[in-house]
Write a protein that binds this ligand. Structure first.
Ligand SMILES: [Zn+2]
Length: 509
């Protein structure tokens, strides 16, 4: 008898690491118990193994969204360009009243559905649950398991208040407003989230083969040395990857210069001295790294996750992709928050990855489409510690596969499957998504849940969210004069590097 995770996928153009990525050869893929067991021509299978006809389909490994937050999937499209520090006040959970169990379930499923529909088979969810309610973490995990996407879940935590991590805020804002300036992962004095996470999830082990765990120290400037030490110890004990934010905006680089003179004004040096750098650490953004810091990441095997969509929308800047590549840093790719990236779409992220690199250098460099695709697949697998079984189509690996329509105008004529995947496809061609041998999306429709009932569930929670967002937006609008003053002062400072393009012929402010 075949298991329900056995399949024969026939006649697709299969993108493998050692094959021609431009005109990939037509091959069959045999899947048994969720894993790829054979790859070749004219494969057969037992009569009860379902066959998927992949004629006119490009078969690629599922994308791995290596930096994502499920907590604001209801906030896509709520704003235009917004500087990072202002965006935090509008989007991050500490600004909101406690959410309902129903909303958390619905928003997690909505995000997962969008990821799946655009060809992602794994998400790294660095979720902020504030105020922390243990039940809410259960709901997040349950949602991923139910819809059938792989998820590497990390609670986002910190123990230093947001206002103390942003340059000039304490001096610019009147004292009576300080209480309303919560940002990323405000410390919750009443509950030790990390201890709960360890006892409930890490000690118990995962009940689903789709769910994995990671540690999520929000950013080094939001974590005390003691909390970083705790993170290092937990990562070692449980073999967990770590995800953190670094130097997303100029304000974060400036904060490092001002607050860490003992580490040469460098958060990377601080983390190195604290023992956090290394192959298990993934630093999201990394826009404002100095050349010396990039060298240190390369030497220690520390990884970076590039988030092109949010870096541009939040006016953070262009990350030094070529320098990171030259230093041998493994790159993953993420779509970050829905409130600032607007889309969980790896095609958009891959394209911007290449285009941002192109305009960063006058001289030509290595082909970036293969680099972007690698970051979206193998780089993500490396980030979550799954080099050996995810991120590539090869024998023995998990059957996390995406079938893309080669009859879509994006691929006609087929000049280069890889380049058209990166530069032309927008997601429209994603037809079938398979996670661990299980068909989750078929002909663009969700197979694991009743999609209409799921949409009803999501629609029910939207009015409450939109009402709360309107209140928060009105509150932040009143803070604009102070926020703009802080941005002006940050942008006027010299941090030794430049990652923002300024049209110098146009008057500033
Ligand atoms: Zn993030």
């Amino acid at each position: 008898m075949s298991s329900d995770r056995s399949l024969l996928i026939k006649g697709g153009r299969v993108v493998t690491s050692d094959g021609d990525p431009h005109i990939p050869p037509i091959q069959d893929i045999l899947v048994a118990n969720g894993k790829i067991v054979e790859l070749g021509e004219n494969l057969g299978a037992e009569a009860d193994v379902p066959v998927i006809d992949a004629t006119d389909r490009l078969v690629i490994p599922g994308f791995i969204n290596a930096h994502y937050h499920s907590h604001d999937t209801l906030a896509k499209g709520v704003m235009e360009e917004t500087p990072l520090e202002t965006w935090r006040l509008l989007a991050l959970p500490p600004a909101y009243p406690k959410r309902s169990r129903e909303e958390i379930k619905a928003r997690t499923l909505l995000g997962a559905l969008e990821c799946l529909r655009s060809g992602m088979t794994t998400v790294q969810d660095m979720v902020t649950l504030y105020p922390f309610d243990p039940e809410h973490l259960d709901v997040v995990v349950e949602a991923y398991d139910e819809i059938g996407i792989r998820a590497v879940v990390a609670l986002q935590y910190g123990d230093i208040k947001g206002i103390d991590t942003i340059p000039f805020w304490r001096e610019i804002f009147p004292t009576e407003l300080h209480g309303s300036l919560s940002t990323a992962a405000e410390p919750d004095p009443g509950f030790d989230q990390l201890a709960y996470f360890v006892d409930t999830y890490l000690e118990a082990g995962s009940s689903s083969d789709l769910i994995g765990w990671a540690l999520g120290p929000s950013a080094p400037e939001r974590c005390s040395p003691a909390l970083i030490q705790r993170t290092v110890a937990l990562s070692q004990k449980y073999g967990l990857p770590i995800f953190s934010h670094i130097y997303e905006s100029k304000g974060m680089a400036l904060q490092a210069r001002r607050e860490y003179p003992e580490h040469g004004g460098s958060l990377i040096r601080r983390l190195h001295e604290e023992g956090l750098l290394g192959p298990r650490l993934n630093l999201a953004h990394s826009v404002w790294l100095t050349p010396e810091e990039i060298g240190l990441l390369g030497e220690t095997g520390t990884n970076v996750v590039i988030n092109p969509l949010s870096n541009m929308k939040l006016k953070s800047g262009i990350p030094p992709i070529r320098a990171l590549q030259d230093a041998g840093v493994s790159l993953g790719l993420g779509c970050d928050n829905c409130s600032c990236s607007d889309a969980q779409n790896m095609f958009q992220a891959m394209k911007l990855f290449c285009l941002m690199t192109a305009i960063s250098h006058i001289d030509g460099g290595p082909a970036q489409a293969p680099q972007a695709f690698k970051a979206a697949t193998q780089g993500g697998a490396h980030a979550i510690g799954r080099d050996n079984d995810l991120g590539q189509i090869a024998m023995g690996r998990e059957a996390d596969l995406v079938l893309i329509d080669l009859t879509d105008p994006s691929f006609i004529p087929l000049n280069s499957a890889l380049r058209q995947l990166v530069y032309t496809e927008g997601g429209r061609g994603v037809k079938t998504v398979i996670v661990g041998g299980r068909v989750v999306i078929q002909d663009g429709r969700l197979k694991t849940m009743n999609e209409a009932a799921l949409l009803d569930q999501i629609m029910d929670v939207i009015p409450r969210f939109q009402k709360d967002y309107a209140v928060i937006k009105a509150r932040v609008d009143k803070l604009q004069p102070y926020l703009q003053e802080a941005h002006r002062r940050i942008w006027a400072e010299d941090v030794g590097i430049e990652r923002l393009f300024h049209d110098t012929s146009y008057p500033r402010f």
